[in-house]
Ligand binder design. Structure first.
Ligand code: NDP
Length: 445
């Protein structure tokens, strides 16, 4: 049995119930075959792959908080510090009832390669809680964030581990957590959290960065394949931070976005999604998507899932993991879709990914396509260290350069290993090589 298969077997044996983690490891390791085979002896000696699939540290903790009725509630908090070989741990916090150790490990594993791809000095981590922010009052969210940070503060800091937002964690939650961090530490360490508000060390452009970055990369990928984003019909899933700013940038680039979705239903708007209305529904009023359709005559709201059934040229899954399944991939291909770029982390299942690739659809994985968010967080850390604020133009220009470079690197890596056009392999190989070199150099950890 080859080295990769041995390690995959080990991961399955050691983590039998962690299906998302196993899925992420499988996707990465399988595409690394040519690189591993050419260095198998030295990698085995270093136990490089075993190290790479084992988190440096997992922190799990109890989060007690008082609800509005004065009753104590208990949730579980997590921080998985997966790999710190190329910089301080970096990765978002997710508050969602589906959060468990498997999801935390898959996200932090992916984050290691993503952060490596950005070219910035950041290690990989992820954290969060099974706390469900839906239906909670603002004061309940505050008390939860205070309690969560009271424990997490022991393990993070500008030079050790720098969390940010993810599903269920936006500017409000980051503000509450930073307040508690500062209170306990007794020091102004802005670089300990990113995604901060603009009045206390946040970076201009961070809110938009993941969605905008997704479009900068998609544009580059289409250009490299003789296509233009302008004039394309785009299907987007999700209606959160990533989706909203992906829709905004796609629209300004001249594409027409005709769908978005949340966890209860989806919108089909053949005239193109009205981004300002969507922001009002989701960012200001924080209500369900049916409110969008109620305010827009051209839009239809449908219960359940269905965005991938619509005819489109480009699909951008931007909600959550495993939301684009094999049957969805078949519909996209049948409807003439030419490109799928992942705004979310691992939204496409492995069989759906293979189907898309086998049918000639350009496919860019999330670890490259959504790296704009963490890249901009890296820029926020640089500004905090310098105690300077860069203009929005400066940040956006750097973001564009990073996304174009990510695409060039993964395109080149795929070509170097005889897999031109396989951007999954390209992203994994480009992210892996830098990480592997740094880990081998620091053999003692
Ligand atoms: P948000 O919480 O802002 O939005 C998430 C969106 O996805 C919401 O519309 C939500 O619907 C929907 N959603 C979440 N979970 C489910 C589910 N289980 N089933 C169906 N719909 C669901 O999160 P973000 O936009 O920040 O994150 C979206 C994705 O992008 C995630 O995979 C995240 O890891 C990834 N990502 C985010 C980055 C960032 O900078 N924010 C950076 C890189 C990746 P509802 O409103 O009903 O809850």
């Amino acid at each position: 049995m080859g080295y990769i298969d041995e390690v995959l077997e080990l991961v399955a044996k050691q983590n039998p119930d962690q299906k998302e983690f196993q899925q992420a490891v499988k996707e990465v390791l399988q595409s690394l075959r040519p690189v591993i085979e050419e260095n198998e002896e030295s990698y085995r000696r270093e136990a490089l792959l075993e190290k790479m699939v084992t988190p440096e540290r997992i922190i799990m903790f109890r989060v007690p908080w008082l609800d509005d009725n004065g009753n104590m509630q208990i949730n579980t908090g997590y921080r998985v510090q997966f790999n710190g070989a190329i910089g301080p741990y970096k990765g978002g916090l997710r508050f969602h009832p589906s959060v468990n150790l498997s999801i935390m490990k898959f996200l932090s594993f992916e984050q290691c390669f993503k952060n490596s791809l950005t070219g910035l000095p950041m290690g990989g981590a992820k954290g969060g809680s099974d706390f469900d922010p839906k239906g909670k009052s603002d004061r309940e969210i505050l008390r939860f964030c205070q309690s969560f940070m009271t424990e997490l503060v022991k393990y993070i800091g500008p030079d050790t581990d720098v969390p940010a937002g993810d599903i269920g964690v936006g500017a409000r939650e980051i503000g509450y957590m930073y307040g508690q961090y500062r209170r306990i530490r007794g020091a102004y360490e802005g670089g300990a959290l990113t995604g901060k508000g603009l009045t206390y060390g946040g970076s201009l452009g961070r809110t938009q960065a993941t969605g905008y970055g997704l479009l900068y990369l998609t544009k580059e990928l289409l250009k490299a394949n003789g296509q233009d984003i302008a004039g394309k019909t785009v299907a987007v899933s999700g209606a959160g931070n990533v989706a909203i700013y992906a829709i905004e940038k796609a629209t300004t680039m001249g594409a027409k976005v005709v769908t978005c979705s949340d966890s209860t239903g989806w919108i089909y708007d053949p005239e193109g999604i009205d981004v300002e209305l969507l922001k009002d529904v989701k960012e200001v009023r924080r209500v369900r998507l049916d409110a969008y359709a109620a305010a827009r005559p051209s839009a239809q709201y449908k219960e359940g899932r269905g965005v991938w059934s619509v005819k489109c040229d480009v699909a951008l899954p931007c909600s959550t993991q495993n939301e684009l399944l094999l049957d969805d991939a078949k519909m996209l291909v049948a409807n003439g879709c030419i490109a799928v770029c992942e705004g979310a982390n691992m939204p496409t299942t492995l069989d759906a990914t293979h189907y898309l690739q086998e049918n000639g659809v350009l496919f860019c994985p999330g670890k490259a396509a959504n790296a704009g968010g963490v890249a901009c967080s890296g820029l926020e850390m640089s500004q905090n260290s310098q105690r300077l604020n860069w203009s929005v133009e400066e940040v956006d220009e750097k973001l564009q350069t990073i996304m174009v470079n990510i695409f060039k690197n993964l395109d080149q890596a795929a070509k170097d290993y005889g897999m031109a056009g396989n951007y999954v392999a390209g992203a994994n190989i480009a992210g892996f090589k830098k990480l592997a070199e740094a880990m081998i150099a620091q053999a003692s950890f």
